[in-house]
Design a protein. Sequence first.
Length: 317
Amino acid sequence: MKRILKKMLLYVSFSMMSFALIFCFGFNAFCVQDAMADAVNGGGLYVGKSSTLNYEGKRNLSGFIASSNGGGIYNIGTLNLNGGTVSANKANSYGGGVFSDGTFTMNGGTISDNEALHGGGLAFTSGTGTMNAGSISGNKSEDGAGIHATGGTFTLVDGSITGNTSSDMGGGIYISPDGKFVFKKGSISGNSAKYGGAIYIDSGSFTMSDGTISGNKATNQGSGFYLTSTGTFTMNGGTISGNTCSGAGGGAYVNAGTFTMNGGTISGNTATTGSGVYVKSTFKMNGGRTEYVLVRLISVLFATASYIAVVVSPDWN
């Protein structure tokens, strides 16, 4: 029986226990058995530890619910999203669209309009994740509406994270506690949250070498990014522009942790105070260009960088 299953290219199974529709390409029997036994994870599809799924074409995985994690897809093996759509799914905990605790690669397709408590589009907890193309858009959650990363390394090579909405932190991306995010190219735009309209880094790290962070909104602080705890943000290139904040930190709000700027540009952002960068912790500016830096703790180190204005405020809030 196992030999027959291994040779099948596509297997569709309806489980009365999980109410899940399962697509597996080149899987083994372990994948199917787990999918049928575990009803709380993987409302639409479950990829087991020793399994690989290539999801492609014009398929639409839509309208599924997981009582715990992975409303659309739950992955602890290898998931390659090469096309298609994962949309309108829901998880009560992590990963409304996709939950990944293995290897995740997105070469195309769309993860959109999903909902979860954490990580409306994608919840990434360990392993490696790579986004080469495609879009993560229109998802909703409390934090990390686009991507919620708590471990492993996720690399955005290209593609877009856009139009996601968090009710609290990290409209586009939320990183904590051990997550590492590498932003090489692409766009993070049009996302919104109270804190960190585009990105919220609690602990963990975010490294930006190119790409744009633009058109994001924060109702409280940090429309471009919000940095706190022991988190680090390193900017080697790219642009943070056109973000709007109703409070402080149009481009960035550095509450704690360290922001190091070696290159790139922060410009054209708006906020009530600190439209460029609002600093309460450490800002090391070795290169690049920014405008309107408001410092609440005198902890800004300028080397050869270019800036328009630095305002040192005696206030402490």
